[in-house]
Design a protein around this ligand. Structure first.
Ligand SMILES: [Zn+2]
Length: 81
């Protein structure tokens, strides 16, 4: 399962720090909003091109779907949410 790295399009976020990674199944639709603060994000690392769907993903839904949401707390360090 690839790990995608996302960066907020619109400034820094106090919740996610403006940058976070999300491990997602390859079949999942592209994430367009931060699961924590709901701000628009852009994907930094992409190995797939899948159809764009504008469905907000809440952290609760993410966990329910079996995703692991990681917060970047330092260089190479991640905190499990
Ligand atoms: Zn955020």
């Amino acid at each position: 399962m690839p790990i995608y790295e996302y960066e907020l399009c619109d400034g820094a976020c106090k919740v996610c720090g403006g940058k976070f990674t999300l491990r997602r199944p390859v079949t999942a639709e592209p994430l367009t909003k931060c699961p924590l603060c709901k701000r628009a994000v852009k994907k930094l690392i992409s190995t797939f091109n899948s159809p764009q769907k504008l469905k907000p993903l809440s952290i609760t839904d993410a966990k329910k779907s079996g995703f692991t949401v990681l917060k970047k707390i330092g260089k190479g360090e991640y905190e499990k949410q």
